[in-house]
Write a protein that binds this ligand. Structure first.
Ligand SMILES: CC(C)(COP(=O)(O)OP(=O)(O)OC[C@H]1O[C@@H](n2cnc3c(N)ncnc32)[C@H](O)[C@@H]1OP(=O)(O)O)[C@@H](O)C(=O)NCCC(=O)NCCS
Length: 176
């Protein structure tokens, strides 16, 4: 089982008491779901989001019930600073690889290494889950995501043309 709550257990073990202002990444619980859904709504709405196919926006702004059902197959981590939610990432482990999904950082918290901290936790989780490769896909138009993955040592390994609602998708991978 790699659902995210396991009776409320937190898998990533932060310091007993985080220093003020430090970014802390923890596995999410069901209590976090409303706040996480609200973050996804903010991230994928104007003025922060570019115009995107409505079908994509709908799936990237899940309602609480829908997100809860995703947690059955995906392990999510949240980054917080002084208790405030800054970003989220999901890890879907299957067939010896880990697919990074639903990565988003609060527009007000970008370029502060929040996504880097989330990906680092995801890599650690994938390693413990015996994955040997981690991969991510992102719309070709999302230059920040591509820059992030390259910065974190991922190699670009392909493009799927008109793959998601007519949008090109770039693929990135990193061996563990
Ligand atoms: C992509 C995203 C997750 C990056 O989050 P972030 O917390 O700002 O990223 P980090 O601060 O960890 O960035 C680390 C490095 O990645 C690169 N990078 C990140 N964002 C970048 C940008 N907008 N432009 C250029 N390089 C960027 C830089 O090398 C950066 O290091 P630096 O700030 O020292 O130059 C964030 O912009 C976001 O949520 N975008 C909208 C949602 C999205 O695209 N999700 C990804 C779908 S796969």
């Amino acid at each position: 089982m790699h659902g995210s709550d396991r009776g409320g257990e937190r898998a990533a073990s932060p310091p007993a008491k985080a220093a003020p202002g430090a970014v802390v990444v923890e596995r999410i619980t069901h209590h976090d779901v409303p706040e996480i859904c609200s973050l996804y709504r903010r991230v994928w709405e104007p003025p922060h989001s570019p115009p995107l196919p409505a079908e994509l926006v709908k799936s990237w702004q899940p309602a609480a019930l829908e997100f809860t059902s995703r947690m059955e197959g995906v392990t999510y981590f949240a980054a917080r600073r002084d208790g405030k939610l800054l970003g989220v990432i999901g890890c879907e482990v299957a067939h010896g690889n880990c697919h990074l999904v639903d990565l988003a950082v609060d527009p007000e918290a970008r370029r502060q290494r929040v996504a880097s901290a989330l990906v680092a936790s995801a890599l650690e989780w994938a390693h413990h889950a015996n994955a040997v490769e981690v991969w991510a896909d992102t719309l070709a138009q999302f230059s920040a995501a591509a820059a992030l993955f390259k910065h974190l040592g991922f190699a670009e390994c392909g493009v799927l043309h008109k793959h998601e609602w007519n949008e090109d998708v770039r693929l990135f991978e990193r061996m563990l």
